[in-house]
Design a binder for this molecule. Sequence first.
Ligand SMILES: Cc1ncc(COP(=O)(O)O)c(C=O)c1O
Length: 178
Amino acid sequence: MIKEQAEELIHFTFIYGYNIPALQLAEELLSLAGFKDWRVVLGLSGSDANEGALMLAKGFRRNSRVLISNSGSFHGCCVGTTTVSGMDLSVKVSKIIGSWLESVKAPYPYCYRCPLGLKPKSCGMSCVECVRSLIDNVGSENVIALITESIQGDGGIVVPPENYFTLLEGVLRRHEIL
Ligand SMILES: Cc1ncc(COP(=O)(O)O)c(C=O)c1O
């Protein structure tokens, strides 16, 4: 089997080209996601996917340098994804090696142990307000994008309150942030 494969194609990477199974996978992903006429970039890992997304965003906003993410987050182990990750180890590593982008962190919406010390019924979604005030401090023109987890995984399997992402999206759209 190895001989057969070596005779057909000895080395392959998505950087150089695609193959039929990869195209079929891309089409299936688009159909599952309900997207038409979109492009798919296949990567090798979550870190690779996120680093690629960060680079695309930076390419789109060349003059900006700041990424907003969350305390306690994990986005991968490439340079950019380490910078935007909020876990202690990632923060330590990032301080040592430096990065091609800057990171500011907002608290993740963790109602059970609210990082702002507030109660869900009376907090007025201050965690969304934190993102808004970070944008104000940094200046929206300096922000490349915001990256977040729909459920914070390595930081403790934290599920945000129901309307969090709707409100967050509103803030980002108002400031034209990716
Ligand atoms: C939310 C999240 N993003 C990115 C990654 C990185 O993915 P990978 O380990 O495939 O590089 C992980 C891995 O745990 C993750 O939990």
